[in-house]
Ligand binder design. Structure first.
Ligand SMILES: Cc1cc2nc3c(=O)[nH]c(=O)nc-3n(C[C@H](O)[C@H](O)[C@H](O)COP(=O)(O)O)c2cc1C
Length: 367
């Protein structure tokens, strides 16, 4: 399915940026999961644009759950969450309709959908659709946290500025994940928040944009989740993560950073900690042979600079087949990374809810 992901717990996305609403259907959720409306609201709030580091398009994100919940708990039948769009300004897109924004999906959407696509605001390709992923992911994330599994993502690099990395010590890591949940601009070293935001503002004042790297950690995931070969935990996670608009790279553990290391440096030495097998380092990112090894799951995503920039660029009019210049109008994020981190958490929660249901059965997520 083109807009669905997952096997046991599956999510389907629908909607367009300037249509009446966007939303998600989650099928296969366990019955009895508490729906914490405040938590969903808080996650949506963290994804919202704010200040001069985000798009001026501001939405209320007043979501509605229209099925699959009764008396505050999931019923086990398809759960549908809808988030109305309220701040569309489609006139921004009419003049530039046949011009492909470099780096955006205007041309590929046109080729695939033969001009029938809703192009306004990027249509179905817009970052706006991720609001539905966050609402759906929040339901899974709060259910997972009740099972001792916590997920956190921070901006580990932005425009060449590095944040501290996640701690190797599991106790410290859990505290860092908890702190990130309460931070609007998600960095571990709070001193980096201001300098990174300055870099976004500087790019914005030039009409330009910046990107960076998001680092994600999952603490408390049991060993044994995932499959060898095609449905490896790396495979299913990266499949879903690459669906997030603007994600252009995913690496697990040391990934590309440690390709020059020798095996003696890369290998994670093992020790017993009580009855648990643990490793002294985590260069494999908590996965061996496609299956979780019980160490924290660690991965990073490369987030590209926002494609729509207010600088003249060379492009084409794909209807006339002519070279033209474009200077994109409309309202855009000068960086998407600080918003995308919430989407990465949410997608991770959806994937893990599915993987855990496949391993232990749907009811495993019941309280
Ligand atoms: C939360 C979020 C917000 C985004 N905001 C914008 C935006 O304001 N302007 C823009 O051109 N792209 C934005 N994007 C990125 C585009 O949607 C994305 O680059 C485009 O769909 C092409 O997909 P690709 O970059 O994965 O190839 C955003 C992405 C996310 C996740």
């Amino acid at each position: 399915m083109k807009n669905s992901f997952g096997t046991s717990v599956a999510v389907t996305l629908f909607g367009e940026s300037h249509g009446p609403a966007v939303g998600a259907v989650i099928d296969g959720l366990a019955p009895g999961i508490d729906i914490d409306m405040e938590y969903i609201r808080a996650r949506l709030e963290s994804r919202k644009p704010y200040g001069s580091i985000s798009t001026p398009r501001r939405e209320k994100d007043d979501f509605q759950i229209v099925s699959g919940v009764f008396e505050g708990k999931t019923t086990g039948t398809p759960l549908c969450v809808i988030v109305p769009n309220t701040a569309q300004k489609s006139s921004d897109y009419e003049a530039d309709r046949p011009l492909a924004r470099p780096g955006h999906a205007d041309y590929t959407a046109y080729v695939k959908y033969h001009g029938y696509e809703d192009y306004r605001g990027g249509g179905h390709f817009s970052g706006r659709i991720t609001v539905a992923l966050v609402a759906a992911g929040a339901i899974c994330q709060s259910a997972l946290s009740k099972k001792g599994i916590s997920i956190g993502t921070h901006i580990s690099r932005l425009a060449g500025i590095d944040d501290s990395r996640f701690s190797l010590n599991e106790g410290d890591l859990k505290k860092e994940i908890d702190c990130l949940g309460n931070r609007r601009f998600a960095v571990i070293d709070e001193q980096k928040a201001e300098v990174m935001q300055e870099a976004i503002k500087e790019a914005a004042s030039d009409g330009d944009s910046v990107g960076g790297i998001l680092e994600t950690a999952v603490a408390g995931l049991p060993a044994g989740i995932g499959e060898p070969w095609f449905d490896s935990l790396e495979g299913v996670l990266s499949h879903a993560l690459f669906s997030i608009p603007g994600i252009k790279g995913v690496q697990f553990g040391g990934g590309f950073d440690l390709v020059d290391a020798r095996g003696s440096e890369y290998n994670d030495a093992l020790r017993m900690k009580g009855s648990r097998v643990v490793s002294l380092t985590n260069n494999n990112g908590g996965i061996n042979g496609g299956i979780s090894n019980g160490m924290p799951l660690m991965f990073s995503c490369a987030v590209k600079p926002t494609p729509s920039i207010h600088i003249a660029q060379e492009t084409v009019d794909f209807v006339k087949g002519e070279d033209v210049d474009i200077e994109t109008g409309g309202r855009h994020d000068p960086a998407i990374i600080h918003r995308a981190r919430v989407v990465v958490d949410s997608v991770t929660a959806l994937v893990l809810a599915d993987q855990l249901a496949l391993r232990y059965g749907t009811d495993w997520l019941m309280p």
